[in-house]
Design a protein around this ligand. Structure first.
Ligand code: ADP
Length: 483
């Protein structure tokens, strides 16, 4: 057996931290992914903007190039014209323009004066090869310098030879602006992230606080303080849990009260005959010589008190048996008419002695699934009460009937009746309407408790109607079949 208290949990097991981590992961990860996507989108946007600005110029240049035949390019005059156009165009656009002939050889480079001029060199990269086969392409070279290569093919319609024009544009400015935007975006994200973290901690604190309260209350209860209740402060699942818990505690307290009451009732019930026995036996013992008839009378009294104790313990055992729900019922098809007739036969000497008429009416034959022995005791207790609480000349009538669902056993007497405010209580253990008189009848106050528990165990019910001095009617309803 080991106990966990929320205070002793390592932080990584605590629900609050787990919630916080989940919430943070759920909000910050999408935020980061969003940043990456938005940055890629902005980069594409800027680059495409630059490409769509430069591509038409590259095409214009390629048209100019094809205005001269490639053979013509070798001639000085047209070459000079082309050189001029390339220089003007590259200065205007701020880019480097390279013209390549059908042998992949550079015939013109706007960087003509620079050290890295490519004039006369052969370029055999994928873009040039592509362009010589008639396809245009764009390539971005990332590195210390970010450079865009826009290559378009230039086809000379007369000779059918294909050359290429390559615009080489430095796009460092775009990447500089991008890193500015990125820095700003990450700064905002950091602010949002911090806000999320604060909110998550505050929210998880609010979510966990009621749970902590429930845990503390349950801990106090398990330490034996049953009178605990959880205050209901919200209208959410916690309030349902708290209300259910409070309900359960109420029932536990009720069970505890009933148990204490039961123990005190049993002790009280047994104490009365024990005290009587003690008094009777002491008075015999205290006298030197007790006349035979006196001691006999005392012994008879002692005997009847012992009988009473035996009755109480028997009834208690019977009650405990029916109330032990786990102990399964011994269910079998039971002929209720025969069962009732049998009970009446057994009780007829008592009825005769009390000069009470016992009547039996069978409306129809009734057979049900029941525990015959337990049910016989339940019915017999009520019929016996009818005889006990009906004065001379009265009648006790038992009627057996049924509908398509249930059997009805009605026990009707013309006895002393039960006041309305007592009718609920008579099913409680040891409850008697008139304590002194009922004790004289030899009742233990357990009979109806046994009857009710048995009927409930059979999924049935007992209904009572009674009027003082007129009589009582007990109707037992028991389902014909067990579901
Ligand atoms: P007991 O063993 O005292 O009869 P029960 O549990 O059978 O105990 O009955 C409880 C009390 O209910 C009785 O003490 C009696 O006061 C009252 N009672 C039960 N049945 C009847 C009845 N048919 N007529 C009048 N009072 C009754």
């Amino acid at each position: 057996m080991w106990a966990i208290t929320s205070d002793k949990l390592p932080w990584y097991h605590s629900l609050r931290w787990r919630l916080a981590i989940i919430f943070i992961a759920l909000s910050i990860v999408p935020l980061l992914v969003f940043n990456v996507i938005i940055m890629a989108f902005i980069q594409d946007y800027f680059l495409n903007d630059r490409i769509s600005e430069l591509s038409p110029r590259a095409i214009v240049m390629s048209n100019i190039v094809t205005g001269f035949t490639f053979d013509g390019l070798q001639q000085t005059a047209p070459l000079l014209v082309l050189q001029e156009r390339v220089r003007v165009e590259s200065a205007e656009l701020g880019v480097r323009i390279i013209v390549i002939d059908d042998n992949a050889r550079v015939i013109e480079d706007s960087n003509v004066a620079a050290l890295d001029s490519l004039i006369g060199q052969t370029i055999l990269n994928a873009e040039v090869i592509n362009a010589l086969s008639g396809n245009d392409s764009v390539y971005l070279q990332r590195g210390e310098e970010n450079v865009l290569f826009i290559t378009v093919s230039a086809r000379d319609e007369v000779s059918g030879r294909v050359g290429a024009v390559m615009i080489v544009a430095n796009v460092d400015d775009i990447f500089e602006s991008l890193s500015g935007i990125r820095a700003q975006l990450y700064l905002y994200s950091l602010a949002v992230g911090l806000l999320v973290i604060v909110l998550v901690f505050v929210t998880s604190q609010r979510l966990i606080t009621p749970l902590r309260q429930i845990v503390r209350t349950v801990q106090r209860m398990s330490a034996g303080q049953l009178n605990q209740r959880i205050p209901i402060t919200s209208r959410d699942e916690y309030s349902i849990l708290s209300a259910t818990f409070n309900d359960m505690t109420e029932k536990l307290e009720q069970v505890e009260r009933t148990r204490e009451e039961f123990v005190s009732n049993v002790s009280h019930e047994l104490k009365t005959p024990l005290t009587a026995i003690k008094v009777l036996s002491e008075s015999i013992l205290s006298q030197e010589s007790v006349p035979e008839e006196v001691s006999r009378e005392f012994m008879q009294d002692i005997n009847s008190e012992v009988d009473r104790m035996v009755n109480i313990t028997n009834d208690l055992l019977a009650l405990v048996k029916v109330e032990q729900r786990e102990q399964s019922l011994n269910i079998a098809p039971t002929d209720i008419n025969a069962l009732v007739e049998d009970i009446l036969k057994r009780l007829s000497p008592l009825a005769e002695e009390k000069k009470v008429v016992l009547l039996y009416e069978e409306v129809r034959p009734v057979q049900i699934d029941a525990d015959e022995i337990k049910l016989a005791l339940a019915i017999s207790n009520i019929v016996e009460n009818g005889i006990k609480y009906t004065p001379r000349g009265g009648t006790v009538k038992v009627v057996v009937d049924s509908d398509h669902q249930s059997a009805f056993i009605t026990i009707q007497d013309t006895g002393i009746g039960i006041p309305e405010d007592e009718q609920d209580k008579i099913f409680n253990r040891f409850y008697r309407v008139d304590k002194t008189r009922d004790r004289d009848t030899g009742g233990t106050g357990l009979g109806l408790a046994i009857s009710r528990s048995t009927v409930l165990l059979h999924d049935g019910s007992i209904r009572i109607t009674s009027k003082p001095d007129e009589g009582s009617v007990f109707v037992l309803r028991i389902p014909l079949r067990r579901s």
